[in-house]
Each structure stands twice: as structure tokens, then as C-alpha cells.
Ligand binder design. Sequence first.
Ligand SMILES: CC(C)(COP(=O)(O)OP(=O)(O)OC[C@H]1O[C@@H](n2cnc3c(N)ncnc32)[C@H](O)[C@@H]1OP(=O)(O)O)[C@@H](O)C(=O)NCCC(=O)NCCS
Length: 161
Amino acid sequence: MHYEVRPALPADLPAVAALQSHGFGSQPAAVAGELESPDRWLWVAIAQADAADHARPVAYARLRLADISTEPPIGYYLSGVVVDPGHRGQGVGGQLIGARMDFAWSAGAPALYYFANSRNTASIAMHAKFGFREVKRPFRFPGVAFEDGVGVLFRLERPTA
Ligand SMILES: CC(C)(COP(=O)(O)OP(=O)(O)OC[C@H]1O[C@@H](n2cnc3c(N)ncnc32)[C@H](O)[C@@H]1OP(=O)(O)O)[C@@H](O)C(=O)NCCC(=O)NCCS
């Protein structure tokens, strides 16, 4: 199936919230203010081939410019991606990483950060394909709990060419 990735619109937020509570269980982070915030961005993926799914996002991904202190490092963070279970394994997660990388490099970021629970092997494998390399373990990020595992911070350098 082909998927279109685009910035989220207000009408997408209910579907994003549903995906979020499915993907992260009891720990959904708020997305309501995501579209107005100057340091947070949200993308969605829409399934193109299925007319019934026409405008309903089947995945979302967040990006955040974190400037909290020197710990965690200041920079752009891939701050959450969830793909509907029925649409996994078809490259949607990868498309959403690509969209956020393009945005960060266009914004002049020298590097891009991503963190995950150490138990999330699918997410870690997906980001490794794009070149993210582990830089810190255990890693803590304000407001994020890493249940049954530890946080791991990954970094991707901006391409030089
Ligand atoms: C992690 C997640 C976003 C992957 O989305 P996806 O659309 O299925 O991923 P893709 O199809 O783009 O896969 C890209 C690569 O990721 C890796 N990958 C994806 N799912 C995997 C799995 N279950 N096990 C191992 N590797 C996996 C593979 O290397 C894959 O490349 P390949 O297809 O060439 O083998 C999805 O499983 C998800 O929504 N999980 C729940 C929420 C979550 O954990 N989010 C990440 C929080 S940090």
C-alpha cells in the first residue's frame, strides 16, 4: 500500500490521540497543543489505496526541539511514532523518520536525537537503519517513564555531503 506523509491538521487530532493511547497504553502524552507550539511538530501518514481509510491517519510521528538544560542535550528529538498495527511492516514508520529528518536538516540541526525504552527492539532496529547510534544508557527525559526497561539515547549526525 502507498502512504502519504504530511503535517498534521486539527481534524487529525482525534485519530492521533487514539493511535497514541493504543501505542503507549496508559502513558499518552498530550497532542492537543502540538499544532500551535513553536517547538513541537506533528506528522501523519494516510493510506492512499484504501478509499475507506481516505482521510484517517494510520500513523503519527512527533518532533520536538528540547531546550530544557544541558541534560538532556539541547536539540531536535524524534519524540514518538506510532503506526496502526494493521499497517505495520510496510515502511510507514520509516517514511515518518525520513520526513522528520528532512525537516531537521532543513532547519539547520547539526544532529538529531531519539530515545527509546531498551526493550523496544522494533523501534531501535527501525532507527538503526537510518544510522542512529547509541550515545547514552540509562537516559532520562523529563516526563517520560521507561517501564520494565531503561531509557536509551541515540544520535544521528547531520550528513556532510
Ligand atoms: C516501531 C514502529 C513505529 C515501526 O513501524 P513500521 O511502520 O512497522 O516500521 P517499518 O515498516 O517502516 O520498518 C522499518 C524497519 O524497522 C525495523 N522493524 C520494524 N518493525 C520491526 C519488528 N517488529 N521487529 C524488528 N524490526 C522491526 C525493520 O528493520 C524494518 O525494516 P525492514 O522492513 O526492511 O526489515 C511500530 O512497530 C509501532 O508503532 N510500535 C508501537 C509504538 C512504538 O513503540 N513506537 C516507538 C517508540 S520510541
